[in-house]
Design a binder for this molecule. Structure first.
Ligand SMILES: N[C@@H](CCC(=O)N[C@@H](CS)C(=O)NCC(=O)O)C(=O)O
Length: 251
């Protein structure tokens, strides 16, 4: 099987795709792309969409972490990414959908909002990546990359604040799935691989880690992404963090 995965360093759905390729034991080559520039490269190599993860496998092109999960399952059924039992499969698919459609975005918006305040952490998030130029040189283009990425991801004050408010209920949901055995069981599944990278990325933010690290969700992140690249020092306004830390919200 010939596979090439296109990623952006530290992108949570990209890490989900890598985890699934490894789970299936599929050897792959990786092309690391800088945000923004990634869109043009993906088009140039024949993908119809503009986001990573994007996978070329045996001549086919698959884009999107959930689509990649299904293509890998089709190409190599063992070890499985989805349970055989229909009820269990439906539960895993719902958790996976939540991870993709609901959890990824707030984490991404908080991260890019933080980068607008302090873009130096971008260096750490790119650690170990082969982006085709020295990281010091890439950092010289960091200002427009951050501005465009923040705009692309709609990382406005309002959305970042809203994302912070939504996060505790989302973490409760993940903890509930762990307690009921849908996530973080003996047999890992597509939802584990989808959700753990979002948790891992969130935990690279000093502002968010305290709200996650003692939860069951953190154990899932530590199991699957123990060395998530990057670290963002405290950057969010204390007032915005109040709901996350359990303090009452001002009326
Ligand atoms: N929900 C999609 C999200 C894909 C996505 O938005 N990827 C981001 C990186 S996390 C991207 O490619 N952004 C383009 C950019 O930042 O320039 C998936 O799971 O595949």
């Amino acid at each position: 099987m010939k596979a090439r995965l296109y990623i952006i360093p530290a992108s949570h759905p990209s890490i989900a795709a890598e985890l699934m390729l490894k789970h299936k034991g599929i050897d792959y080559k990786r092309t690391d792309l800088l945000p923004v520039i990634s869109k043009g490269v993906l088009r140039a190599v024949g993908f119809s969409g503009i986001t990573v993860p994007a996978l070329k496998i045996d001549g086919d092109k698959v884009q999107g972490s959930r689509q990649i999960a299904r293509e890998l399952e089709r190409l190599r059924p063992q070890p499985p990414l989805f349970p055989e039992d229909p009820d269990k499969r439906a539960a895993v698919e719902e958790a996976e959908r939540f991870g993709d459609e609901e959890l990824q975005t707030p984490v991404r918006q908080i991260l890019w909002w933080g980068m607008k305040k302090d873009r130096e952490p971008l260096r750490g998030y790119s650690e170990g990546a082969k982006i085709g130029m020295p990281i010091g040189l890439a950092m010289k283009t960091a200002a427009p990359v951050v501005a465009l990425s923040a705009r692309f991801n709609e990382a406005s004050d309002e959305n970042a604040r809203q994302a912070l408010q939504e996060l505790p209920a989302m973490l409760d949901k993940v903890d509930g799935w762990i307690e009921s055995g849908i996530l973080n069981g003996e047999q890992l599944n597509a939802a584990d691989f989808q959700i753990a990278p979002s948790l891992g990325l969130a935990m690279t933010l000093d502002d968010l880690r305290p709200a996650i690290e003692n939860r069951p969700a953190a154990a899932l992140a530590r199991r699957l992404v123990p060395n998530y690249p990057g670290k963002m020092p405290p950057v969010l306004p204390a007032e915005w963090l109040a709901t996350l830390r359990g303090a009452p919200v001002n009326p």
